[in-house]
Design a binder for this molecule. Sequence first.
Ligand code: KPL
Length: 304
Amino acid sequence: MQHWHILGAGAIGGLFANLLQTAGTPCTLLLRTDDPDLAVGTAALTLRRGDQQQTCRFSVSASSDNIPISHLLVCTKAQDIVAAIAGVAHRLAPGAVVVLLANGMGYQQQVRARWPQLDCFSGSTTEGAFREGRRAICHAGQGSTLIGQPGRVAAPDWFRTWLALPARCAWSADIDTVLWRKLAINCAINPVTALHRCRNGELAQRPQLAALVGELCAEISAIGIAAGQQRAVSNLRQQVMAVIAATADNRSSMLQDVLAGRATEIDYLTGYLLARGREHGVPAPRNAALLAAVQAVHADNLGA
Ligand code: KPL
């Protein structure tokens, strides 16, 4: 029987812990040193869908424990992934399965380079979930989740457990395209909403912001094409406008981070994109300006 450990029990981590345990797969939440909402022992997490609520109890283990981890799901913010895995690396035997389910790109390569003995997978999800309180999560919109491993066509055996989840999960034989597409969409939406402190839908309603999104998409597409990611960025502007329409009432994850005074994922979104642009000699001044502006907001928050 698989036993999953979850690093980063926020909205998405808590949602997948609930889905796994509901499907009969035991889950343990891992306590990181900076996690104010959990304590070693057990914890109840309530998941709400409309007016239906379901509470699951989980065991909670400190990262520093010694109990081995065979299957690890990492749902922290992109910038916390390497440090979070470092905190449990002593518990991961060679060949342990690690699924990285977060926004952004760049950390996948960092994890593989630092822990080549682990069997690392990447994922992307459009599940809509947010925290309603310390122990409550609202599952606001059903999305879908794609998991894969670069270069691997067939799903591994452990993935049968994920196919049995009460959610739309599928194996992707081309996870790089999936991650790049999500990166491109996040680069066009998240920094603009964070700087203008607006909901996603305003990017379509305010002509100046819509024009900026169009310019960002043109630069992102040029970099994607130079990096061999034509499929990921084809019709990018239309893809972005469709996501804006579907998530019009959302505050993007980056806006939520800025409003809460937290670090943002900008280095793993626009920062990663611009690094690929430099590699291929493709300038992207609009994206570069947004990177600098979001970094300045974070520096201001730290100084405040
Ligand atoms: O993924 C998102 C995010 O906020 O990080 C989008 C798709 C932009 C939805 O808000």
